[in-house]
Design a protein around this ligand. Structure first.
Ligand SMILES: [Zn+2]
Length: 293
């Protein structure tokens, strides 16, 4: 029995998909602006990526290839469940773990290390869409502040960080100004991924299911993390303080990827590995070829 026959293609009804696509077009037309939409009930709890999933389901078509990652990994439970769900409700699509082979990438908390192309779209799952929420609780007031591009209170918040810690300590959800106007919450990607949004060849879509917002960084759009002239934005530093050298991935040896920290269960020592598993596999394959060649 083909259970997928019980559903409309891509689970959502055609009207719902059309509404999401219309919201996406508006989000592209006004870079960084949070477009409200009627977020649908999905067969999983809100807060588990339903915003990203609705973007994916509204855009995917027969013949498209999808990659789903969670924290850079294709094989984490959330990513696997999401991928199986899309496979079930979208007969005729393909899935992949290879970044280069994907037309559409749905992601939680990472942008792949491999530079994306004009032919690709990345849909990020967003828990909190509004960067101003940390300084203003009223949505009405936040809307006015966004409209006037008034981010002075956000800058004060960052300044307080500098006074207290000598640097900006925001590690994830780094407020980023898009196309010189709206400041977005880029979802909980590490600072490492923020520069990848600047002039990205791929369309970047962000979907918050629970908060019912869609926003976008269109291709080749300026994306600037908020900073100060004398305290510039910096990505994570993977220097080993003891040796002064850049830490490398314990698996593939890469010295230029975003690393996750683990505790080795045998030795109790800290080890580092690429967060992007497909990137790590590709580097490992290259090293293998070098060894054989
Ligand atoms: Zn690696």
């Amino acid at each position: 029995m083909n259970t997928s026959m019980n559903y409309n293609f891509a689970f959502l009804d055609e009207y719902a998909k059309k509404e999401v696509r219309r919201s996406i077009l508006k989000a592209i037309a006004i870079p960084g602006y949070q477009v409200p939409y009627a977020s649908r009930e999905m067969p999983m709890g809100r807060g588990f990526g339903t915003g990203g999933l609705q973007l994916t389901l509204s855009l995917i078509g027969v013949g498209d290839t999808l990659k789903v990652i969670d924290q850079g990994a294709d094989d984490s439970v959330n990513a696997v469940n999401m991928r199986h769900f899309v496979e079930k409700v979208c007969p005729g699509i393909d899935t992949t773990t290879h970044t280069a082979d994907a037309d559409l990438i749905q992601s939680r908390h990472r942008i792949p290390e491999l530079a994306l192309t004009e032919k690709q779209i990345i849909a990020l799952q967003v828990p909190y869409p509004d960067a101003l929420v940390v300084v203003e609780s009223s949505e009405e007031k936040r809307k006015i502040m966004h409209g006037e591009a008034d981010y002075s209170r956000l800058l004060v918040k960052l300044y307080e960080d500098i006074v207290k810690f000598d640097e900006i300590t925001v590690s994830h959800r780094y407020p980023t100004r898009i196309n010189g106007h709206y400041v977005i919450d880029p979802s909980p990607i590490p600072r490492w991924d923020v520069p990848k949004m600047h002039m990205s060849a791929a369309l970047i879509l962000l979907g918050a299911g629970r908060e019912k917002k869609i926003y976008a960084v269109p291709p080749y759009t300026v994306a600037e993390p908020l900073a100060f002239e004398d305290v510039v934005f910096r990505v994570e530093d993977f220097t080993d303080r003891a040796t002064g050298e850049r830490r490398t991935c314990a698996r593939c040896g890469s010295d230029c990827s975003f690393l996750d920290e683990f505790i080795d269960s045998h030795s109790g020592e800290k080890i580092y590995q690429c967060s992007d598993t497909d990137y790590c596999d590709s580097q490992l394959a290259l090293r293998g070829e070098d060894a054989h060649g």
